[in-house]
Design a protein around this ligand. Structure first.
Ligand SMILES: [Zn+2]
Length: 94
């Protein structure tokens, strides 16, 4: 499982990332986006094929867990990059 800890300094440019804190932002976006996708897919599968409940129970949990864990790291990196772009004062010593 990929680590979610932010490094202290950027390897390339030495930017101080100790102040980087994305909080709950990435999780909220993943809940909304992944929930929309998975629920939509589950509805389509149910309406079209009406599979047994155990098939739903086999399909969706791995997709939810895998999708959430797979999206967490890039979303966190994106939010930190956006914070750096729009709130750069937080990253420079005053
Ligand atoms: Zn850098």
């Amino acid at each position: 499982m990929p680590a979610l800890t932010v490094v202290e300094h950027c390897d390339a440019c030495g930017l101080d990332l100790k102040a980087a804190d994305s909080g709950d932002g990435p999780a909220v976006f993943i809940i909304l986006i992944l929930g929309f996708i998975i629920v939509g897919m589950a509805l389509v599968i149910e309406v079209r094929y009406q599979p047994a409940m155990w098939i739903h129970a086999m399909i969706w949990p791995p997709l939810i867990i895998g999708g959430a864990l797979g999206m967490l790291r890039p979303f966190k990196a994106t939010m930190i990059a956006l914070q750096y772009k729009h709130r750069r004062d937080d990253y420079t010593p005053r």
